[in-house]
Design a protein around this ligand. Sequence first.
Ligand SMILES: [Zn+2]
Length: 412
Amino acid sequence: MLAKSSTELVRQKNSVLVLTALRRHGPLAHTELSDFTKLSSATISVITTDLERAQIIEKAEQQAASGRGRPRVLFSQRRDCGYLIVVIISSDAVQYSLVDYAGRLIDRFTEERQQNVSGVGSFVTGLRDALNRIVARSRLSRDKVLMISISSKGLVESSEPVLRWSPIFGREQIDFAAVLRDEWSAKVILGNETLLVAAAVGRQEENKKGRDFRALAALSLGHSIGLGVVRRGDEGRLQISAPNFGHMLHLPGGGLCRCGSRGCIEAYAGFYAILRTAFDVPLDTIPAKFVPIAELDKIAASARQGSRRNIHAFRQAGLALGNGLSRVLSLHESMPIAITGPGTRYYDLLVEGISEGLAESHVVRMEGMPELRVVADEPTLVFEGHLNRALAMMDDDIVSSGVVAELNSQTV
Ligand SMILES: [Zn+2]
């Protein structure tokens, strides 16, 4: 393969700038593209012509709201340029969504995971079936799907789509690229769920505050505990990480965790841990894989009516979370904390412990209590995080695949 010329690289970079602006702001006119990308009007003309010819973007006329005057010409992504499948694996279900290149949802279904059927083998069979079904329902051929974006809780390999450990499959690893390679030409990516949440909340925050946005942590409460951190890096770009927060040590030799270690934060703050404390179950009892939310609701209701043991169960969970967060702030810097996930329904019972756990640390005594806020709709954030990440990668891949350049050389 020939090395790309520097003009070609500049063109690619500018194409990505244009596509990124369209992702961020929706359909844009020529002058708006020039404003947002800081590229000259002439360059915008060259790039949009290229992208249009390569069938990546299209233009449409929009009549002015008054109905008078010349219609505006707006550029947007071509919806059928390629497709994305989003797979969200949670403790009790797997959700499949088909999305077009413009980011619009075309089809979606959810399959319950049977609690008694575990193991990677049956999960993979179900995954293959469901992926085939979602393209068949929209009469798409598999090769129109450019990317399959998967998320799960747990430990994800940073460079490969390999799930190394998860609350659902334990130490049974899944290499999603290897599992899907024979049927799909699409690129397969995998993300930690809370990392995607953090990315989505961080993006919203950046849209609001612009360059003033520095850092934010997203804490997800539920069967397991997740944390994502978004910070502005040295070059001004947002950097996102998902430290293994739920399995950070809270108490040496403490309660048994689902991961097999003792004393993890999750072993005090996960749903099973709250249940365990509320029922005075010995701390070395192997925790349940899945706790119906109705069970927790009952404990919460009785705590709200004054049951001291149940109040204690939530307070103890809050303390473990607050202590853990204070360590995160000590390692990074003080930052707002967005709390999300099914556990936010018990926020009234957790918040006192969280604040107390935070207040004990030096960083909080010096810099004050970080802002705590509840962001209730976690599933929407997870999906938004998928779209932000996957569509940006699709833009990059399409531009660097040389489709645009090939067309140029044909017309020269
Ligand atoms: Zn653990």
